[in-house]
Design a protein around this ligand. Structure first.
Ligand code: FMN
Length: 247
């Protein structure tokens, strides 16, 4: 299995058209299992990722998902954020291993036998009937780097975050950058659609953090991550990366 996720960040895309080929469930399970031990890890958070048939998903579905991967997780103040981190790793692993995926922000499983865990995030998955990946970075429709950070110290890292997927492509992140730190906050709301999908902004932040931590590791940057567990509003800093050195 391909587990080098950094190059996939620069190629992945949402896949909404699938052919009729069946998805290898064993490969999906392998991806789920592999993701648990891979960087960036989310520890001390109880969760399970389940494979469901596409027709067993309900809610807003703007295309027909062949299969779904559903994250069930414990109640936690950072649950949406962690859901983003966990499922983005799986999104990248799927793309790296030939499976098309798309986040489904408003889809839930029809059947839920969990008592303690709650369905939090869903990915559609199947065999792509369109290009699986992008050829060049210019094919990403995203904000310019200058719109998502204040100073250019860590642009080589933030480039991997800039192109992360987000609900309605809202890209709600903003980075306050110093020579030895990167602080992630939410960008000031400027678009009505950002408000509509407000609860998904936390998942988006987790996705961005996943890309950020993968890029830091790839570029051999030694850092300490501080997550703000007591966020009370969207102006708070979500996460600070203190950089000690570059190997
Ligand atoms: C939390 C979340 C929810 C999303 N929900 C949907 C959805 O319900 N339907 C859909 O077609 N795309 C959905 N997307 C995909 C985004 O529209 C897509 O990631 C964004 O437009 C960027 O495009 P790309 O993924 O191809 O780079 C969602 C993405 C995220 C991160």
């Amino acid at each position: 299995m391909e587990t080098n996720l950094y190059p996939t960040i620069f190629k992945r895309k949402s896949v909404r058209r699938y052919n009729n080929q069946t998805v290898d469930v064993a490969l999906l399970q392998e991806i789920i299992d592999q993701s648990k031990s891979m960087h960036p890890r989310v520890d001390d958070f109880e969760y399970e990722v389940e494979i469901v048939e596409g027709h067993d998903l309900k809610g807003y579905l703007n295309f027909k998902p062949p299969m779904g991967l559903v994250l069930f997780a414990q109640q936690h103040p950072m649950a949406d954020f962690y859901a983003g981190m966990i499922m983005q790793k799986i999104d990248l692993l799927c793309s790296a291993n030939g499976l098309g995926t798309c986040w489904l922000g408003m889809a839930l499983p029809k059947h839920d036998s969990h008592k303690k865990l709650k369905a939090m995030a869903t990915l559609s998955v199947g065999i792509a009937d369109e290009p699986l990946q992008r050829d060049t970075i210019t094919q990403f429709r995203r904000l310019d780097i200058t719109q998502i950070r204040d100073f250019p110290y860590w642009d080589q890292v933030l480039e991997a975050v800039r192109i992360a997927p987000s609900a309605t492509n809202g890209q709600p992140w903003y980075f306050k950058v110093q020579e030895d730190s990167i602080a992630m906050t939410f960008r000031k709301r400027i678009d009505i659609k950002d408000i509509v999908v407000s609860h998904l902004r936390w998942i988006d932040a987790g996705i961005a953090c996943c890309h950020l931590l993968i890029a830091l590791q790839e570029q051999k940057i030694i850092y300490t991550k501080h997550l703000n567990h007591k966020i009370t509003n969207e102006n708070d800093t979500i996460c600070i990366i203190d950089i000690s050195r570059v190997l």
